[in-house]
Design a protein around this ligand. Structure first.
Ligand SMILES: Cc1cc2nc3c(=O)[nH]c(=O)nc-3n(C[C@H](O)[C@H](O)[C@H](O)COP(=O)(O)OP(=O)(O)OC[C@H]3O[C@@H](n4cnc5c(N)ncnc54)[C@H](O)[C@@H]3O)c2cc1C
Length: 384
């Protein structure tokens, strides 16, 4: 029996799959294309909270839980309050995002949603074949967001750190938070030879998401993240509170070339495509930007493996990761130096890959001589 053939198949209906689907459904060029989305879960809960910075209104502005105009960065020698303008920091919870995307799928006849488990994706000449527990499907354009970390962890060339955390949504008895200001990073906690910080997003004066976060190689016992949150709250004098919800994350940070698995008919997207910013773990905004590039690219009709997102910033990320991996206990000092010597706006623009080469040299020169020597060693190791 022949496999049903689609113009586009999207494997996985999480963050990147749905962002891509939404973008395709908004563009009239794709209104007559047959699109299939395959997802194994019902995706109707707040299984994650996406935060990101953005200049203008985004496609999901109406769904935002909250946005902020000011932020705070803290370390042992830096205490910085800053305006985020022209950016705003935004929080989007997944439940509303999934619902909006699912409703869009229901409204558009050219899009089908299949609730099934994908078992393999294989190359069959000019098409890719997606096998599921509910049948086989083929397309010349398959997008895969189902992340298989095996190849990433079976190699040594590219170090792998993780952005890992537990976050509590808490409600305090008395007013404790400035609702207009996020705590972007607070390194004033015991580093335990790693890179550890607190991250706080206040929803109002009594409600906040408080996360104990690490950029490091190994996960902790659940208890250690939670004790980190408890001890932080205690130090802030926040004793009486209720935990309303909890969330947990483990996001790979690596410059591993995930694009080597792309073929003419298969493009890996989201975390599976290496769309996580290697130096920070931020993925949502990177994915939004890459999705818009993919949409333009598809109109050219070129094979999918010609899609390229690598640039000089990928190389900076590679060096930063090499250094952060080797000197993990010094991460707080690296971030401290960046925030001390540059305007936060420059840092956000740099992370958004919008800075000029001269600005990048200035950022590089903000590190101490010792830190610069680490980057130079990493550069030499990568070049020779
Ligand atoms: C708790 C949490 C919080 C995060 N917060 C942020 C943040 O604040 N900012 C930010 O930029 N990034 C954040 N991230 C990182 C990143 O944005 C998310 O992981 C994002 O969801 C990645 O999108 P994705 O499509 O790659 O993966 P996912 O969203 O995980 O989507 C993959 C989908 O594939 C489905 N799937 C898996 N296996 C199969 C199979 N065999 N068959 C069918 N379907 C399958 C899964 O059910 C899932 O829906 C966070 C991650 C987590 C886990």
């Amino acid at each position: 029996m022949e496999n049903p053939v689609f113009d586009y198949i999207i494997c996985g209906g999480g963050g990147s799959g749905l962002l891509l689907l939404y973008a395709l459904s908004e563009d009239p060029f794709f209104s007559k294309k047959d699109i299939l989305l395959i997802e194994k879960e019902s995706k109707n809960t707040n299984d994650r909270t996406w935060s990101f910075w953005e200049k203008k209104e985004g496609a999901f502005e109406g769904l935002l839980e909250k946005k902020w105009d000011t932020a705070n960065f803290l370390s042992s020698s830096v205490s910085l309050d800053f305006e985020l303008a022209p950016y705003q920091y935004k929080m989007l919870r997944s439940k509303g995002f999934y619902k909006t995307c699912h409703e869009k799928i229901e409204r558009q006849k050219n899009i089908q949603y299949l609730s099934a488990k994908i078992t393999s994706i294989t190359n069959e000449g000019i098409t890719s074949k997606v096998s599921t527990n509910k049948g086989f499907f083929s397309s010349k354009n398959v997008f895969n967001s189902v992340f298989d970390p095996t190849a990433l962890y079976n190699q040594k060339k590219y170090p792998v750190l993780k952005q890992h955390f537990i976050g509590w949504f808490i409600k305090t008895k008395s007013e404790q938070f400035d609702p207009n200001k996020i705590l972007f990073m607070d390194f004033n906690i015991e580093q335990k030879k790693e890179t550890r910080f607190l991250y706080v997003l206040p929803l109002d004066s009594k409600n906040a998401l408080v996360e104990y976060t690490l950029f490091s190689a190994n996960l902790l016992e659940k208890k250690e993240y939670e004790e980190g949150i408890q001890s932080y709250l205690k130090n802030q004098g926040i004793i009486e509170y209720e935990i309303k919800e909890k969330e947990q994350g483990n996001i790979p940070m690596s410059s591993f070339p995930f694009d080597q698995f792309n073929t003419s008919s298969l493009l890996n997207i989201g975390t599976a495509g290496g769309w996580t910013k290697a130096s920070t773990g931020f993925t949502f905004m990177n994915t939004t930007r890459n999705v818009s590039k993919v949409v333009s690219f598809l109109k050219t009709g070129k094979p999918l493996n010609r899609f390229n997102i690598k640039n000089r910033f990928s190389f900076y990320d590679l060096l930063f990761l090499d250094v952060l991996f080797k000197y993990n206990s010094q991460g707080s000092k690296l971030f401290e130096r960046m925030f001390e010597k540059n305007t936060p706006l420059t840092i956000f623009r740099f992370l958004d890959e919008k800075t000029s080469f001269v600005e990048e040299l200035r950022i590089a020169s903000s590190f101490s001589l010792r830190q610069i020597s680490w980057f130079l060693m990493a550069l030499i190791r990568r070049l020779f």
